[in-house]
Design a protein around this ligand. Structure first.
Ligand SMILES: [Zn+2]
Ligand SMILES: [Zn+2]
Length: 307
């Protein structure tokens, strides 16, 4: 190697076209989420719970780093999915490998000694379940049936499923994933978004991406548009205010008058937001818009509804 290289690196002119899909960053996603949970926990009335979720995110990071090779769709199967505008790793029908249950065991082991009492009892019960019972809980998560008996166990099961699907999504090759007909579901796994994020990508600022609640893939959707019913009229924003009346400008609720749904929208240009962590740190905003008559259009899988 010499200072005067024969093959200089020529900067590639950046395209102004934003990427349609952004794959999850497997090396950093869950560790950054853990840091954000810790940051949001400071001085928060739900601080202990947010710190516990930070520990779960850290355990997800460790589990993702050791996730073995996966049997992912080959080029022909990807082509079929693209032609039929179907997600390549569908939440409800991708044959999930048993390795995800190893992630579940690892996550449970990593957090059980720091879990609050109720959570520790839940984890002890989960440890007595056999593979068939655990797979049945997974089916409930993947069909968003997040209620009923054992609902308190579902966030742990979901955390492990997020690790599996995030591994799949990050290894698949984003360029192979086509757009779907429905803007409100993930083009990689067909699951619902947990929130939107406004971010800068390359040199383009102010781009809106929906963030998948399961596989952490993000997909582009124009702003000021309801992700559920596709209308642009009647989309408005609601935010929390602190005691001095200052608005929380890092996350707001995007509400739609047409279908009466809402989803939160986090502003990555304002703070180091994480759509999952910032969502759970602002449950008061959910109560506010829920009382105003709107229903949430995508779940946060780390939350036990009503729990
Ligand atoms: Zn997804
Ligand atoms: Zn709508």
């Amino acid at each position: 190697m010499s200072a005067t290289s024969q093959a200089p690196i020529i900067p590639i002119k950046s395209s102004s076209e934003p990427p349609h899909v952004i794959a999850p960053d497997a090396a950093n996603l869950f560790s950054r989420r853990a840091q954000r949970f810790d940051q949001l926990a400071a001085g928060h009335s739900l601080g202990d719970w947010l710190r516990f979720l930070g520990a779960i995110s850290r355990a997800q990071h460790e589990a993702l780093q050791v996730m073995p090779a996966l049997d992912l769709p080959d080029a022909a199967q990807m082509g079929v999915a693209r032609d039929h505008r179907m997600p390549p790793l569908p939440a409800q029908s991708w044959p999930r490998p048993a390795a995800w249950r190893d992630s579940l065991s690892a996550i449970a082991a990593a957090v059980s000694n720091i879990a609050p009492d109720a959570a520790r009892k839940d984890l002890a019960r989960l440890a007595t379940y056999d593979a068939a019972q655990i797979e049945a809980l997974a089916d409930r998560v993947l069909h968003t049936e997040l209620y009923g008996d054992d609902a308190a166990l579902l966030p742990y099961v979901a955390a492990a499923l997020q690790v599996l699907w995030t591994a799949g999504a990050s290894r698949l090759g984003v360029a192979e994933i086509g757009a779907l007909d429905v803007p409100g579901v993930c083009p990689c796994c067909g699951f619902l978004p947990v929130a939107s994020v406004i971010r800068t990508v390359g040199e383009v600022s102010n781009l809106r991406y929906l963030h998948c609640a399961l596989c952490n893939t993000e997909w582009n959707l124009v702003r000021l548009k309801c992700s559920t019913c596709d209308v642009t009229d009647g989309v408005t924003y609601k935010a929390l205010q602190d005691e001095s009346g200052k608005e929380n400008d890092s996350i707001r609720a995007e509400t739609c008058e047409s279908c009466k749904s809402y989803l939160k929208i986090a502003y990555a240009e304002k703070a180091a937001v994480d759509p999952v962590a910032d969502d759970l740190a602002t449950l008061a905003l959910d109560i506010l818009v829920d009382e105003a008559g709107y229903s949430r259009s995508g779940p946060n899988l780390l939350l036990v509804p009503g729990g």
